[in-house]
Design a protein around this ligand. Structure first.
Ligand SMILES: Nc1ncnc2c1ncn2[C@@H]1O[C@H](COP(=O)(O)OP(=O)(O)OP(=O)(O)O)[C@@H](O)[C@H]1O
Length: 353
């Protein structure tokens, strides 16, 4: 656990970059620092490994004040990844990854083997090992940056906008891989971004900073979307937060209607001989032989966001659930879904209709 205890930073020119921060980053989880430019995210991150010293308060890692530890040793025990990866241009990929193990005198053969393993782990191939950074794509460079930070197997990682320099598609891929990797490694990670969507996707906890180095809210992504603490957070989180918050809840909670309920209305769900949905038919909709496409189904594993999206985009306003074999086992109509979402919201808020 990393504890910020009344932490402040005033730079020598009088700039108050961080003002009285109090929060805890849980062990083995990703905590994202997010907020507009200049609000103190990077300064806060760099105070953890003493690249910047606080002017007030204390930062503790597992109860130990970082300022009481040797700065060089502390930094070696904390992985650090930055935008553009910051690789050494004159060293090959594998040499870059071996930087810290070499520094702490790990046996060369062993550190090379570990580095090679890490390259594969971050989604690169062995053939990359002897290339130079200039020969890599932006996404590959970032992967090497992550592998390098992981090489000494540090329990804590600091990541400062590690994925912002690559295009949105590569970025989405890097984020997904990063989550997979973290699922295996369970590091304690502090991650800086100015992108709220990245914060919501990656964070177990999210610290929203606002101008002047204040903490505007510290909460889980779901809590942030559902209950922003103030107008600043609500504004920063964005307008479709209600819809986005639905991705955190499983559709398991929904009460569905039986399949034959759809025959009551105009629309009829056409199934194949195995019971898999083929499409919608009915008067004014389509003929049974060429039904309108269902355009997607959901399973119990899907989120409420998926179901809502399906119900909204369905030509008849009905989302269809299937089991693991693709056989339809229930439907939910748009009005019923809206009613159930409303009930759920009231329950959460502790109010009744
Ligand atoms: N060395 C310094 N001397 C004086 N002021 C500084 C110094 N470093 C940062 N600042 C100021 O401290 C404030 C916080 O900077 P910081 O880099 O932590 O913000 P940030 O939220 O990470 O911004 P960005 O998203 O743009 O990177 C800013 O006003 C910045 O100009």
């Amino acid at each position: 656990m990393i504890t910020f205890d009344k932490v402040s930073k005033t730079f020598p020119d009088g700039t108050l970059a961080v003002d009285n921060l109090n929060f805890e980053l849980p062990t083995g989880k990703i905590t994202v620092f997010v907020g507009p430019s200049g609000c103190g995210k990077t300064t806060s991150l760099r105070m953890i490994n003493r690249m910047i010293e606080p002017t007030g308060g204390r930062i503790m890692i597992d109860g130990q004040d970082v300022t009481q530890q040797d700065a060089a040793l502390l930094r070696r025990s904390i992985g650090y990844v930055i935008q553009h990866a910051g690789l050494f241009p004159h060293r090959t990929v594998i040499e870059n990854v071996m930087t810290v193990p070499n520094l702490i005198g790990t046996d060369k053969k062993k550190s090379r083997a570990t580095a090679m393993e890490l390259l594969l782990r971050v989604g690169l191939t062995e053939s990359m090992a002897d290339k130079y950074p200039v020969q890599l794509s932006g996404g590959q460079e970032q992967r090497v940056g992550v592998a390098r930070a992981l090489a000494a197997d540090p329990p804590v990682m600091l990541m400062d906008e590690p994925f912002s320099a690559v295009d949105p598609i590569v970025r989405a891929g890097l984020q997904t891989e990063f989550l997979r990797l973290q699922g295996e490694l369970g590091k304690t990670i502090a991650f800086v971004t100015h992108d709220i969507d990245e914060a919501i996707k990656l964070g177990d906890m999210v610290a929203v900073f606002k101008e002047g180095g204040h903490l505007a809210q510290y909460a889980s992504p779901q809590e942030l979307l559902e209950n922003p603490a103030n107008d600043f957070v609500a504004d920063f989180v964005g307008r479709d937060r209600g819809f986005r918050s639905l991705s955190f809840d499983s559709s398991e909670v929904l009460e569905l209607d039986p399949l034959d309920s759809v025959r009551v209305g105009n629309e009829r769900l056409v199934l194949d001989s195995a019971g898999r949905p083929r499409g919608w038919a009915g008067p004014g909709i389509a003929d049974e032989n060429s039904p309108l496409s269902v355009a997607g189904t959901f399973t119990v594993a899907d989120s409420l966001r998926v179901v809502t999206d399906l119900a909204i985009s369905s030509p008849v306003g009905i989302a269809v659930r299937v089991n693991a074999s693709g056989v339809a086992d229930g439907v939910i109509r748009h009005p019923s879904l809206v009613r159930q979402l409303d009930e759920r919201r009231r329950l959460r808020a502790g109010t009744t209709a």
